[in-house]
Design a protein around this ligand. Structure first.
Ligand code: ATP
Ligand code: MG
Length: 389
């Protein structure tokens, strides 16, 4: 008899032949994420994964928190694993549920029996276990239609599992099953949310950030690292390149028409990000843009930005309103960091009257005043690398 964490796969169940590969990636991600919690074994069987502690000091509450942030999990719970014997189930299960049933008035028992050799059928298991709970906890009543608590007894191949309810998992697909993409990360609200949304679909992240010292501070950089580490709690470790962007911004400010400043700057960002993505074997770029949010994110402006790269640009926030984006940023705990007041390079040198309907030819003409290749080369040479966990 021991307490374990019981995990139900998400969409994985739908993936036919790929399913076992997906499960293997999920197990690998879980192992990585839980290694700080103590020693444990992970086992999988029939769309269920169990985490079984093998040391007494296993930190359940931190493990549960980590599990809640692993993509590819539909639901999870703490559960008691006992021998497959009705007496044992009652002997240990009734006491095990004491805390979970505190303050609860109505409950029902649901039983599942994947081992058909077990001598009692599901209804009989529920009746016996429910009866034992009523005998011990006099404040409880059975309500099969609308119970406050659902107690579940599952008879599996090796053990019986007993639990009360379950928590919703982070959903999505296991990170690492969908290839890699490069997030352009700023210190704002949007890009960490965009990164999280793409990682949720199973895609591994690398990141690039453009910094313009002395216009932007070291604090602004630290903010980006803090934001990424919040995302990494879901996505796993993120390789981050910080690119010096001062020379590029100064050159644009010096040599190009002010109304095109932001657009040309964004085109440089995309071009450099694409080169960094290639080095990381990433297949696409990700930005936090949402159509119409600012002048550089009108549809014509986005089209001009995209023309400078050949890699697909994923913009998961494209149709979202700011308040919808903020809801997610609160949920993933990035909002409070994003609103810290350190300047991003996008907010230095902003034009007074940016073009909202730019024409590609005119932007290219404005850019021709610059040594584009030289600027890009020097920026990439000056990059700094770190791994954010
Ligand atoms: P955010 O909240 O993500 O900063 P925003 O609405 O402020 O977004 P912009 O500043 O115009 O929008 O930037 C649009 C997108 O460009 C960002 O979502 C991000 O993907 C990318 N970006 C902006 N600044 C940087 C930067 N300094 N480094 C890397 N990427 C950036
Ligand atoms: Mg920004």
């Amino acid at each position: 008899m021991k307490e374990i964490i019981l995990i139900k796969n998400g969409e994985l169940a739908l993936k036919g032949l790929n399913r076992s590969t997906f499960e293997d990636v999920l197990v690998k991600n879980l192992k990585y994420r839980l290694k700080k919690c103590g020693q444990f074994e992970i086992k999988k069987s029939q769309s269920t994964i169990t985490v079984e502690p093998v040391s007494d000091d296993f930190d359940f509450s931190s493990a549960i928190k980590s599990v809640s942030r692993v993509f590819g999990i539909a639901a999870f719970s703490r559960a008691l694993a006992v021998e497959k014997d009705m007496d044992e189930i009652i002997k240990y299960g009734v006491d095990y549920l004491a805390d979970a049933l505190k303050g609860v008035k109505t409950f029902k028992v649901e039983s599942k029996r994947s081992d058909k050799k077990f001598p009692l059928n599901s209804l009989e298991i529920s009746a016996e276990f429910g009866g034992a709970l009523l005998e011990k906890y006099h404040h409880l009543k059975v309500d099969v239609h609308n119970p406050e608590a659902v107690v579940v007894v599952e008879i599996r191949d090796k053990y019986a599992f007993i639990r009360c309810g379950q928590q919703k998992g982070a959903g999505g697909m296991p990170v690492g099953t969908g290839g890699r993409a490069e997030i352009l990360i700023s210190g704002g609200i949007d890009s960490p949310v965009a990164a999280w949304m793409i990682a949720k679909r199973g895609i591994q992240l690398s990141a690039v950030h453009f910094a313009s010292p002395p216009y932007t501070s070291l604090r602004a950089e630290q903010k980006v690292i803090k934001l990424l580490s919040k995302v990494a709690a879901y996505s796993g470790p993120i390789a981050l390149d910080i690119i010096p962007f001062t020379e590029i911004q100064e050159e644009i400010a010096d040599k190009c028409k002010e109304e095109y400043f932001t657009l040309i700057m964004r085109r440089f960002m995309m071009k450099i990000a694409e080169k960094m993505a290639e080095r990381e074997h990433a297949l696409a770029l990700i930005t936090g843009e949402s159509v119409g949010q600012v002048a550089s994110q009108t549809l014509p402006a986005l089209c001009v930005t995209d023309r400078v790269v050949t890699m697909p640009v994923l913009r998961p926030l494209i149709g979202m309103d700011k308040d919808e984006i903020i809801d997610i940023s609160r949920k993933i705990d990035t909002f409070d960091i994003s609103i810290e007041p350190y300047e991003d390079c996008c907010t230095v040198f902003t034009p007074k009257h940016p073009k909202t309907r730019p024409e590609l030819a005119k932007v290219e003409e404005a850019e021709s005043a610059l040594d584009i290749d030289g600027l890009i080369e020097r920026a990439i040479e000056g990059r700094r690398f770190m791994l954010v966990e």
